[in-house]
Structure formats: C-alpha cells, structure tokens
Design a protein around this ligand. Structure first.
Ligand code: ZN
Length: 116
C-alpha cells in the first residue's frame, strides 16, 4: 500500500477544506455579528435561511475535516486502509475515490442501513 500517495491526497483535501471553511466562516452571520463573543452551539444557529445554509455547510466541512485528520492519524499508525468495523482491507479502488473512508463498502452499507 502506497501510504505516501494517500497522505498527499489527504493533506491536499485538508487544505481545500480549510479554504472553504474560511470562505464560509466569513459569511457566517454568527461569526460576523458576534466575533468577539464566545459562541455556544446554540448561538451559532441563526434564524435566517442563509445562516442555516452556511451552518450546514460548515458542519459538513467540519465533519469532513475530522474524517480526513483521522485518516492521516491512521496513516501514521499504519492502520490506514483497514476497515474500522471488520478489520479487513478496504479495496484500493474505494480508497482512491474516498481516501478518508473508515469502512469497507460492506460495512458502510450495513451501517447506513442500520442508521436509517
Ligand atoms: Zn468492513
């Protein structure tokens, strides 16, 4: 397994996520209006539709950032590419498409079905 390639991919992805976070943070009403105040989760929810939209995008970006960081940790620990659920190897084809994935396709499908 070529860890270096995936590491490069993941670091690039992390950069892109940070760029987008910055872009959306700038337009986040809670951040613009209360920049100096400590926000709780509830404070970050705003009434405006625009605010909700930005909030959702930022939440998605934060979730993705977390997954990418976890994937980078797994590279350091040499457990990258191994399904966290069944501990089998994740197909390289799948890793090439979603390098930060935690699960093999079987487990992902099972977990998605279970959460519905
Ligand atoms: Zn699995």
């Amino acid at each position: 397994m070529n860890y270096e390639n995936y590491k490069k991919q993941l670091l690039q992805l992390l950069d892109e996520i940070h760029d987008q976070q910055e872009k959306h943070n700038a337009g986040h009403p809670a951040k613009v209006e209360r920049r100096d105040l400590e926000n709780t989760e509830e404070d970050d929810l705003t009434e405006t539709e625009q605010g909700f939209r930005v909030h959702n995008i930022l939440e998605d970006l934060n979730a993705k950032e977390k997954m990418v960081k976890e994937a980078l940790e797994r590279i350091e620990q040499k457990t990258f590419g191994i399904c966290l659920n069944c501990h089998k190897k994740i197909e390289e084809k799948r890793l090439d498409a979603i390098s930060y994935t935690k699960y093999c396709i079987e487990c992902q499908t099972k977990l998605e079905e279970a959460s519905e």
